[in-house]
Design a protein around this ligand. Structure first.
Ligand code: SF4
Length: 449
């Protein structure tokens, strides 16, 4: 039998990759398990849950599992707080071989007791990791007993890594949030909940400031810079605005069905999407004064920004961009942002995009663009080289890949230090893309080595 060359796209992966030719046909496979043997860039269920819940600043997050799982903590991703710093600590039950044989429930109960004694928390989240799923510790029962004993919410997050992938972790986190939000029925408050911004570099504050300045009250932030008490009022809000649809649509749908809070999808990435989103929020609230104020505000911001972006556009016109990010909403906004800068997107992919995200992406990009779901590093490398990408936008796992290929890189996730949301974020983004693409360093690297 002839050996297959190793640097080839796996047959099982071919359905997840689509090259647009003429009209987009929505034949691509997505939103399913990663292909075995392909090195997925996705993280595990537990990590997905942690992404969503960790930004709750005054909660305690106990990782019930081996110490290694606890390495995925605040330091990996960051998220800013306007007050409490508790969430930056890591607590683990540090399960060892003996616990695997005899069970870890006592150790978990002891960890909760220790935290109660030393820190008097308001809420504890307990993450069940892979080994806990295997040995069958009854985490829910331990949490229930702890709740009765200490009188605070102790919420199990059932997230063994093998139960699926990152998207399943999002769903698990949403269930944990419903557990917290749904404990008491809050009085109705005129205002919105912001769902799906994690305040990695202060984006939540930018969005909140816009809304507050327009006269829109923000009831709770889910979950960037969130506080437990505010989260528990979320069911009283008049509207949910959902940015990271991949992680939060499930929560929004549950809140709509079970608590009567309607939702709309938004994106505060890029000028166009920020303008549209603010107008859509104002329209959904239906307050004439707010609508008037919003229209005036977005027009003023657009006028101010026109000339600022022009200077970057001159340097970037005709350059080619590759995008590989977590969710669909960000990819969609980024394609538009590159267009605003006179650039073309030649490759675009996501870890957890859904069918309707890829439908929108397919309609936005030009023929010849490669669209991929749940890509691996080889595929990213292959298509970036084939398409001649000048820059890759991604997260912490894509940075070394871009630099090894001699391609400029923009971090749109864990490691960035300046916000990329809202109108100021659009300027920061243009500035960073200009700096990285036009850096003199690329003259001294050999592309493809
Ligand atoms: S895959 Fe399992 S063992 Fe690995 S980090 Fe996730 S929960 Fe922990």
């Amino acid at each position: 039998m002839e050996a297959k060359p190793i640097s080839e796209i796996l047959d099982e992966r071919k359905d997840f990759i689509f090259c647009k030719e003429g009209d987009h046909g929505n034949s691509m496979k997505c939103d399913s398990e990663s292909v075995s043997g392909s090195v997925s860039q996705r993280s595990c269920v537990y990590c997905g849950a942690r992404v969503v819940l960790n930004p709750i600043t005054d909660a305690f997050h106990i990782v019930h599992g081996p110490i290694g799982c606890a390495s995925y903590t605040w330091d990996i991703r960051g998220s800013l707080s306007s007050g409490e710093e508790l969430y930056r600590n890591s607590f683990s039950t540090d399960l060892k071989e003996k616990d695997v044989i005899f069970g870890g429930e006592k150790k978990l109960a002891g960890a909760i007791e220790g935290i109660m004694k030393n820190h008097s928390p308001k809420t504890i989240f307990v993450y069940a990791t892979c080994i806990v799923g295997v040995i069958g510790d009854d985490v829910e029962a331990v949490c229930k007993q702890a709740e009765q004993k200490y009188g605070i919410p102790v919420i199990p997050v059932m997230s063994p890594g093998f139960a699926g992938h990152k998207s399943m972790g999002y769903k698990t986190a949403c269930n944990a949030l419903m557990n917290l939000i749904g404990r008491t029925k809050s009085p109705k408050i005129k205002g919105v909940n912001i769902l799906g911004d994690f305040n990695l570099s202060g984006e939540m504050w930018i969005i909140k400031n816009y809304l507050n300045n327009l006269g829109i009250n923000v009831v709770s932030q889910i979950t960037g810079d969130a506080k437990c008490e505010e989260l528990q009022k979320a069911d009283g809000a008049s509207l949910n605005i959902v940015q990271c649809a991949g992680s939060m649509t499930y929560l929004a749908k549950r809140m709509e069905k079970e608590m009567g809070v309607p939702f709309i999808k938004v994106s505060f990435m890029g000028i166009e999407d920020t303008m549209i989103s603010l107008i859509n929020v104002a329209n959904a609230l239906g307050d004439k004064e707010i609508i008037k104020r919003t229209l005036a505000f977005v027009e003023k911001e657009r006028a101010n920004l026109g000339n600022v972006l022009e200077k970057y556009r001159k340097n970037l016109e005709g350059k080619k961009a590759a995008i590989y990010v977590g969710g669909g909403f960000k990819a969609i906004s980024l394609i538009k942002q590159f267009e605003e800068l006179g650039m073309e997107t030649v490759m675009v992919g996501t870890q957890t995009g859904k069918k309707d995200d890829y439908e929108v992406i397919g309609n936005l990009v030009k023929p010849g663009t490669v669209i991929l779901d749940d890509a691996n590093p080889y595929e990213l490398e292959k298509f970036m080289n084939e398409k001649g990408a000048d820059v890759l936008v991604g997260g912490v796992k894509e940075r070394p890949l871009a630099y090894k290929l001699g391609i400029a890189f923009c971090d749109h996730n864990h490691e960035r230090k300046h916000p990329l949301a809202g109108f100021e974020g659009a300027v920061n983004f243009a500035k960073e893309i200009n700096l990285t693409i036009n850096s003199p360093v690329w003259k001294y690297t050999k592309v493809g080595v």
